[in-house]
Design a protein around this ligand. Structure first.
Ligand SMILES: *Cc1c(COP(=O)(O)O)cnc(C)c1O
Length: 235
């Protein structure tokens, strides 16, 4: 058994245990394997172990991998910070974008996606840790951004994504994730049809699952410590 194969099994066991502890159906939690900074070969290995959904942060690196692995027909999720001049490449190569935090970016993605393909599935990234983390919309700006993203023709708003500040404090992490869950619930009460909470990574997926995560984004626990450039650029 390769390391990636064994690691995938271990992560799935953690997801299962956390789901049972939370009284949730484990089938409601999807594992996104974050392959940023790892070569296409590592993705192939994970795919041969049955993993179908992969997350990437850097557009250039991702487009190369997506293209060279096209034969595998994987589902690719863009989870990194997104600049306007990269929206076309992302709209072309990805099925999902988790990191929407501006109306302009969402508009450009919708326009670039066009009507001839299935809509791009998107989440709005919410900043739950205040100024200490960059990226993500502030809670008070979420309702209006959500309304305008939901109105775009070629994207489907699925839910919210968040990256709380790293912490060993389970109670703090749960409060952060609970904030994201409540914000999604408020949008649903306002009439939006959202089913996704993208939250939880290698170090905090249990806390996220306790608070309702439906997609956990896991890199290090599957592939190991990131090599080279990507290592210092986790977010
Ligand atoms: C890198 C990254 C992850 C994975 O983080 P790990 O700690 O390696 O599991 C998840 N989400 C985002 C947005 C990332 O940038």
């Amino acid at each position: 058994m390769t390391t990636i194969f064994a690691n995938l099994q271990a992560v799935k066991s953690r997801i299962l245990a956390a789901a049972l502890k939370a009284g949730r159906d484990p089938m409601d939690i999807r594992l996104l394997a974050v392959s940023k900074a790892w070569p296409a070969g590592a993705v192939r290995e994970a795919a041969s172990a049955g993993q179908r959904e992969f997350g990437e942060n850097y557009v250039r690196e991702a487009v190369e991998k997506v293209t060279s692995l096209a034969d595998l027909r994987l589902d690719w999720h863009f989870i990194g910070p997104l600049q306007s001049n990269k929206t076309r490449a992302v709209a072309e190569h990805f099925a999902w974008v988790h990191s929407i935090d501006r109306q302009k970016i969402a508009e450009r993605l919708s326009e670039a996606r066009g009507a001839s393909r299935p809509p791009l599935q998107v989440c709005i990234q919410i900043n739950v840790s205040g100024e200490r983390t960059k990226g993500g919309v502030a809670a008070e700006d979420l309702p209006s951004l959500a309304q305008s993203v939901a109105a775009l023709p070629n994207v489907t708003l699925r839910g919210l994504m968040a990256i709380p500040e790293p912490s060993q404090d389970m109670a703090l992490l749960r409060r952060r994730f609970a904030t994201v869950r409540r914000l999604k619930e408020q949008l649903c009460q306002a009439g939006m049809n959202l089913d996704t909470l993208s939250m939880g990574m290698s170090d905090d997926l249990e806390a996220a699952i306790m608070e309702g995560a439906t997609i956990v984004r896991v890199g290090t626990a599957i592939f190991g410590r990131r090599p080279g450039l990507g290592a210092g650029l986790a977010q």
